[in-house]
Design a protein. Structure first.
Length: 166
């Protein structure tokens, strides 16, 4: 008959205790890796935002009220038209520069509005963003974008103003 020695029983108990502890340790390391990487890229994005992020308007243009929708946005803006998104009088330039592709993705978004007639830069918007980089789960990935105000619509509403002809 086979008898288990007291020494062997202690080894099994140690293994049953150590396996969950090691598993929790590995999960904690994986979590720390993903969260650390996200924190690093969020820090870099914030640094880049502080450097040149935001909306800069160099010249405002007054337009008649019929050129605006009910929210005060230029109604002639057609984003699907690329450079001609603002019609024949203005050039809409949009560029995305990827600092890192993959997971996470880090990019710089630069939008410019230029008057076609004389090539004058009317305004620009610069923003930065990080998308993804999370620990693999079935949920959607996180993102971080700055500055708070950025993009085409805020830029256009600051460049183009309603003229008051009363």
């Amino acid at each position: 008959m086979f008898r288990m020695s007291p020494q062997r029983g202690a080894g099994v108990i140690k293994a049953l205790v150590l396996i969950p502890i090691m598993l929790m340790f590995v999960i904690a390391l994986v979590f720390a890796f993903y969260e650390g990487r996200k924190a690093y890229w969020d820090y870099r994005v914030r640094e880049m935002c502080e450097k040149d992020g935001g909306i800069k308007v160099y010249k405002t243009i007054g337009l008649p009220p019929d050129k605006f929708n009910e929210w005060g946005q230029p109604n002639f803006y057609q984003p699907a038209n690329g450079k001609n998104a603002l019609g024949e009088e203005y050039i809409f330039l949009s560029e995305i520069h990827y600092y890192r592709k993959g997971d996470p993705q880090v990019a710089r978004y630069h939008i410019q509005v230029v008057r076609r007639g004389d090539g004058e830069l009317l305004g620009e918007s610069v923003s930065y963003g990080r998308g993804g980089g999370d620990m693999p789960t079935p949920s959607y990935g996180s993102s971080y974008h700055c500055p708070q105000e950025y993009g085409d619509i805020p830029l256009l509403t600051r460049i183009f103003n309603k003229e008051n002809k009363e």
